[in-house]
Design a binder for this molecule. Sequence first.
Ligand SMILES: Cc1cc2nc3c(=O)[nH]c(=O)nc-3n(C[C@H](O)[C@H](O)[C@H](O)COP(=O)(O)OP(=O)(O)OC[C@H]3O[C@@H](n4cnc5c(N)ncnc54)[C@H](O)[C@@H]3O)c2cc1C
Length: 339
Amino acid sequence: MIKHTDFSLKNFNTFGIDAKTSLFIEFNSEAELEKILNEEIDVNNKRFLILGEGSNVLFSEDFHGTVLRNSIEGIQIIYEDERKAVVKSGAGTHWDDLVEFCVRKNLWGIENLSLIPGTVGAAPIQNIGAYGAELKDVLVSVRGFKIGENKFIEMPKETLELSYRNSIFKTKLKNKFIITYVTIELDKSGKPNLSYTGLAKYFNGKNIKEIGIEEVRNAVIEIRRSKLPDPEILGSAGSFFKNPVVNTGTFNKLKLKYPDIVAYKVDEDHWKIPAGWLIDNAGLRGFRTGNTGTYEKQALVIVNYGNASGKEILDLAKFIQTKVKEKYQIELEPEVNII
Ligand SMILES: Cc1cc2nc3c(=O)[nH]c(=O)nc-3n(C[C@H](O)[C@H](O)[C@H](O)COP(=O)(O)OP(=O)(O)OC[C@H]3O[C@@H](n4cnc5c(N)ncnc54)[C@H](O)[C@@H]3O)c2cc1C
């Protein structure tokens, strides 16, 4: 167990915000977590935050409470037959290490989620997704400590209310469940999921005889690197806002006004509009103010050009929300957890 007081979180969030926490404790096992909960912090009454790699949080100010950093690692195949394999991973494992492990073993299902930053334990929180795949497609269950009941329990996928960038952990169980393990089921004889146009396009004309799991992973990595800033070089938390979903009436009105608008049909009466398009079309791609701005290659990503404070980033996010609301009457909802 590692413990620090009055500790800077600068190296523990991908925005690189120099916010302080009163207490920082890192744990490597369920036994350590239990000890912390028994001896160090009363999570029922004191402010706390579970932190993975901090790639989906914005510290808007110092955190007056305890940051519990989950570092339970390890990946294990717990069941397999000729068709599938069930893989269990410690919540503190780096997500892309799990993807790499599964790709090497030719286990299909998460290759499209290659290179998403963060830990395995945070993946169910917003049901991570990219390039036509989501965690919920493969998730079996999560195990963790349920605050209130004060014990470790296993929660099957069906109870987690997983949807687009959302889960029960962002609503009813917000700050009430500390995920320690995640179990997924993968396919031994899968096929490439090229439902995302950009990924299909990547392979068009490449003359690859058979697209294997490694090719898909490499393609996703290449596309991501060409579009998104590397947090090691430029601080960000990836997409700052969720893509809004509007009804057909609203979409038709927008389409009349903006014939180039991009949208994806969700169901008979709903359309998902890329928030990046809305921000870009409002003239805000590459916009910069002080130490922060929107990324020049993707307007949906807010970046820290140097020593931005969390407040500066939050102010820019609010400015973008106002501009988008004025122009399209659409409310943008943050995807990033604002602390
Ligand atoms: C460059 C970049 C690109 C990105 N691309 C994508 C993308 O394509 N798709 C996508 O979905 N996301 C993307 N993200 C967002 C981010 O990578 C994911 O949300 C990731 O799952 C966050 O993991 P983390 O460990 O950093 O979580 P943190 O940021 O540390 O935490 C996120 C939230 O989860 C909670 N939490 C973390 N661990 C646990 C736990 N063990 N138990 C309970 N609660 C926990 C935290 O309290 C917090 O509310 C991107 C981020 C960056 C910086």
